[in-house]
Design a protein around this ligand. Structure first.
Ligand code: DGJ
Length: 386
């Protein structure tokens, strides 16, 4: 072996050793973390990287439950081959795998057939019915992203099993609450316009996609759920070809839509909505639409959940802010017992090997009533005590 090859190999082994040591120091081999390390592998208490992408968290009886998409290795790993996974934690750092909350089905033609697309699952507990209700974005097997449906499943126990009820396009036969009367009377169709022209944009503002989908229900892709203090739940989703967000009220049992909804920021191209409430105001963090590639986050505020919403700009500051620190929002988590403490939860997607997707959790602080997100290589909850 010549000298330079020997030296390179030596260098390589040294680097491998260092990476191993770093990985071990961050791993939960002893089942224990005491900080968040955004973007790194995050091991559960079995020392396996957490598999709960596009997730959301429910706090129930003293325990946090993290529900998310179970991804698999390699191309195709973004389709639902397993289902929705759930993890539990009492400290937010250390997560125990509680198994598959909602399993895909091996029946050809079933809505949640193995190989369909199940994204951004969110779960609420309904105090009146005592049931746990899960909503998620569903794309039917083999149809790409054209179905644009949402689906609901229900369980008696927080970790499941969740029983699939139905998939649908919401609010069929209902006009938005903030829809002008004259828009309801338009006779032209969106197909009369060439996409991306100024006239087309105006036509979108006038709700011609709403009109197109009026009978069959509105398109519903990226989504979140928000439970207000009065027990009313809302389903917030990207609709109208991902051009416009809809904020839709759910029925008392959370199992259906009431038909009361507003549309916000037509042609705003908002995806990945995450809603939270602070000091009586509603806040939303969302992303633009660039597939699996990260883009700049947006933030909004409103006095009423139905709107009007006001744009507050990119909540991220510092290096990497223009791509949300290489992440896309999925949820904003209120930290229990810490007034005004919220965690931004984002996904760092790995479309070529989805199982390797990472989690970017960062603290949200408020400056002049605006949510601000800054990068930290490592942080812990004591940040909220400062
Ligand atoms: C961006 C969305 O936010 C994700 O949930 C996923 O649907 C990808 N697009 C698919 O390209």
């Amino acid at each position: 072996m010549n000298n330079s090859i020997y030296l390179s190999l030596k260098k390589l082994s040294f680097l491998l050793l260092i990476s191993l040591l770093v990985a071990c120091s961050h791993s939960s081999e002893k089942g224990y973390y005491s900080s968040f390390i955004p973007g790194e592998l995050w091991f559960d208490t079995d020392s396996v990287h957490i598999n709960a992408h596009g997730g959301g968290i429910l706090f129930h009886e003293g325990v946090y439950y993290w529900f998310g998409e179970f991804k698999t290795a390699g191309r195709g790993g973004n389709t639902a081959l397993v289902g929705v996974q759930v993890y539990s934690s009492t400290d937010l750092y250390n997560w125990k795998n509680e198994g598959t909350a909602l399993e895909v089905v091996d029946v050809v033609g079933h809505d949640i057939e193995r190989g369909s697309v199940i994204e951004r699952p969110k779960v609420l507990y309904n105090k009146k019915t005592g049931k746990f209700v899960m909503w998620f974005h569903l794309e039917l097997k083999g149809q790409g992203y054209s179905a644009a449906r949402t689906a609901v499943a229900v369980a008696d126990h927080v970790t499941g099993p969740y029983v699939f009820i139905e998939s649908l396009r919401p609010n069929a036969g209902h006009w938005p609450m903030n829809f002008e009367q004259e828009f309801k009377e338009l006779t032209e169709t969106i197909d009369d316009y060439e996409w991306w022209t100024p006239d087309w944009e105006e036509a979108v503002h006038k709700g011609l996609f709403i009109r197109r989908d009026f009978e069959g229900g509105q398109m519903a892709r990226d989504m979140t759920l928000f439970l207000d203090d009065d027990g009313t739940a809302y389903h917030i989703f990207s609709s109208e070809e991902n051009l416009t967000l809809h904020i839709a009220e759910l029925s008392e049992d959370f199992l259906s839509h009431t038909g009361r909804y507003t549309r916000i920021f037509p042609v705003g191209h908002n995806e990945a909505p995450a809603v939270f409430k602070h000091n009586g105001l509603y806040y939303m963090i969302a992303s633009g639409c660039t597939g699996w590639e990260p883009n700049a986050a947006r933030s909004f505020v409103a006095e009423d959940v139905f709107g009007p919403w006001t744009a507050l700009g990119n909540p991220c500051v510092g290096a990497g802010a223009e791509i949300t620190f290489e992440s896309q929002s999925t949820f904003v988590l209120p930290v229990q017992g810490k007034e005004g403490a919220f965690i931004y939860m984002g996904d760092r997607w790995r479309p070529r090997n989805p199982i390797d997707g990472r989690y970017v959790w960062l603290p949200i602080v408020f400056k002049n009533d605006r949510p601000i997100i800054e990068w930290y290589d490592e942080w812990d909850l004591s940040i909220f005590d400062k």
